[in-house]
Design a protein around this ligand. Sequence first.
Ligand code: GBH
Length: 478
Amino acid sequence: MSEHTRRLFGKTLATLPVAAALPSLSQAQTPAPAPRSFPAGFKWGCATAAYQIEGAANEDGRGPSVWDVFSHTPGKTFHGETGDVADDSYHLYKEDVQLLKNLGAKVYRMSISWSRVFPDGIGKPNGKGLDYYKRVIDELKSNGIDPYVTLFHWDLPSSLPHGWQARDTCKAFGDYAGFIARELSDRVHHFFTTNEFVCFTDLSYKIGQFAPGLKLDATQVNQVRHHGILAHGMGVQAIRANARPGTQVGLAENATVFVPVIDEPRHVQAALKATRDGNAPFLTAVLEGKYTDAYLQREGSAAPKVESGDMQIIGSPLDFVGLNVYTPEYVQADNSPQGYKVLPRQASFPHMPSPWLFVGPEVIYWAVRNVSTLWKPKELYITENGCSADDVVTSEGRINDTDRVMYLRNHLTHLQRAASEGYPIKGYFLWSLLDNYEWADGYSKRFGIHYVDFKTQKRTPKLSADWYKATIAANAVA
Ligand code: GBH
């Protein structure tokens, strides 16, 4: 709205005769607001990942990961940008812990760079790498923040031969997970094995958009997927075998979320069917301990080669399931043999600056409800939710990201509905604490609630940080 129109509107409203007839606020009979609060003890936090924030790519004996190699390969990332420096959180972590503390966050989801601790992926650990994580974790704890640690957020040590194409990589992951559990379970009580299977399998080995950037055939891709979930299972078992009693284990998965077009039983059923089918190689296999018949049939001779005992490892019981929730698919019941149809999105469906980030806040309610109904996990966390926005710094140095606040407020409203209906949702990790290296999009997409000037590394809270702080303080959507 131009300044001219604003003045015109202002004037018009003020001079409307009806304005005088309006009751004063105190006289108005307003309905009591519906409760928007979350269960007592709900855990509010933020999430990040090692390669996206740490920088210090070549410091203190860190080995290269596939993302170092990929981002340094011309043409693979936006403007050739890399995570060499990122947010320099390797050196500025104390500042970042203060950002969390200022929000009132009680939990923080961070990841460990495997190649910082095992420069070659296997073999001799690097004490300096491990010490860095001990420093970060101790800093969090002394500020009253409980660390939730992801073991693998895509930065696979590049010296592991053939990456996730090799079954040996699953074993290497198990060894690494067991080592971390032994070393850190005195101070970390919640571990996530892997983050988002589809990203380090399909996007990395089929589409080639993520490291290592391969485009393999269906047989090979299904094997990579199988190795992804097998590594998760081996990780669970290694953590249980090596961690102190009481350590909780889960995963962080961006399951495809199917929203029924109308909240009516037949569409709700359709969404449940689609959820099982649409996640068959990943979350369905993990939570059911087997591949669905439909998936095996669909893949035919390209189906993964499964060794005896694999599915049992893959289906190892979990203490909780973490869901990274961003974008909905809409599903409708129909008379086809599968019983549903996923509707294409209209061209006008709204999205944030990341072209894939379609906005449908009900996605978070249905993520919780579908997964709970199908698999009855003991506990659920939202391990990621948030958005990119075209943030601008005003002349007063403010970042008024009202679009991000709108996005978050609406998602949390739908999450509050899920909590109030009794689904076992224990906490929420906002993606992300601060602007960071957005993988193939480099630094061109900002997801933080703190603005980062990548030239100076100065962090500035955005309006969304103020909003999140108020939400945490109220334990209710603000
Ligand atoms: C998460 O992935 C990640 O865990 C996190 O590291 C990341 O920063 C955050 O979300 C924001 O992206 O270009 O159409 O092929 C979210 C799921 C899946 C979103 C892959 C981007 C690429 C879609 N991501 N997707 S497309």
